[in-house]
Design a protein around this ligand. Sequence first.
Ligand SMILES: NC(=O)c1ccc[n+]([C@@H]2O[C@H](COP(=O)([O-])OP(=O)(O)OC[C@H]3O[C@@H](n4cnc5c(N)ncnc54)[C@H](O)[C@@H]3O)[C@@H](O)[C@H]2O)c1
Ligand SMILES: [Fe+2]
Length: 381
Amino acid sequence: MKQFKCLLPSGIEFGPGKINSLPEMLPGGTTLLLTDKGVAASGIVSRVKERCQAGSEQVHEFMDVPPEPSEDQVAEVVEKLSNLNVRAIVALGGGSVMDMAKLISIMLGDGPNITNLFDGKLPRKRSLQLIMIPTTAGTGSEATPNAIIYRPSLQLKVGIVCDAFMPDRVILDPELITGLPAPITAATGMDALCHALECYISNKANLLSDMLAIEAIRLIFKSLKKSYADGSDLEARADMLLASFYAGICIAASGTNGVHALSYPLGGRYRIPHGISNAILLAPVFACNKDACVDKLAAIAHLCGKDIHGKTEEQKVDAFVGFLEELSRDVGIPTRLSELGVPSDDLDEIVEAALQVKRLLDNNPKPLTRDEIHSIYSSIL
Ligand SMILES: NC(=O)c1ccc[n+]([C@@H]2O[C@H](COP(=O)([O-])OP(=O)(O)OC[C@H]3O[C@@H](n4cnc5c(N)ncnc54)[C@H](O)[C@@H]3O)[C@@H](O)[C@H]2O)c1
Ligand SMILES: [Fe+2]
């Protein structure tokens, strides 16, 4: 029997207009509303700010969270906010904003600095209320105890895992993401698909993560292309938000592996957006992994809608992996690393960097050798 441990937010609200419940979640006092410039430009911040004001004495807005922040940028933001005495943080944004909110929530005041966190000096609790409102679908960060930070010295993105990062409340409101641009819809939706698929074949997969991963995969196959083609399709947006949340729980209960491990050096060195570097690796990593999980993949192959009746397990899995490649192309994801500025001369160094992401490679259904990693990258150069 596969055991699991997983924390969940203590309250989750899902549905159009659920943002209206925000005031009753706030403890009063000063609320920090954290977001970034892209979200601010989408025009949803005033509605959320108004809801923050209804539940607080004072609202402090910070709209400058950098995309996929580095450790220095985290320290800078904490420094800028250090004089605030806040009782709640409302994170309105994608993974970049939500991860920054998690870090700030334990670092403000007398909390640890970023070096302490990398050294594993993690607090068990935090004193302020943390509310997450995802505006991409997405990282599922609202359901994980993880924060991902870029470490320039290593040219790598690194995850910090801390129970105190778990949000108290989560609002999944599809009305807030109808303005998400199509390319970001595509990249973030493919990230959610990677979470669900990797967690489903992970060495740590279990009955909870399998159930949620399969449902997330079904929802994403049903609604990613729809929400990419028509951002105002509220039902498709709702499917994607829920799928991303489910896949986030899967990350916490199971774990990502090969795709994310090989993606981190690409995000670190070339600053390729997280969802894109994952999407481009998804089909080749699954093609390499398939021998180790034929039965599991064959069992969900029908979800892709291809006619697999009467096929062998291997044929079903090949059809499924082919579908993953088509889906990525259909939502406009580049197919070649060279299009994203990755020179072939760097290949050996990228392979070595990927081999360092042991935390995730250990979850892969089979050990990936140096040669296998090399040929995965080569196949998409
Ligand atoms: N903590 C976790 O469990 C976890 C899991 C996966 C990824 N991550 C991390 O999350 C980060 C990526 O997050 P992301 O993919 O959500 O992207 P993001 O948060 O960086 O946002 C991407 C872009 O979309 C814009 N945007 C977001 N919502 C919008 C909206 N509604 N309308 C218009 N524009 C909007 C942002 O301004 C930004 O420019 C990476 O650092 C990644 O490593 C964390
Ligand atoms: Fe991810």
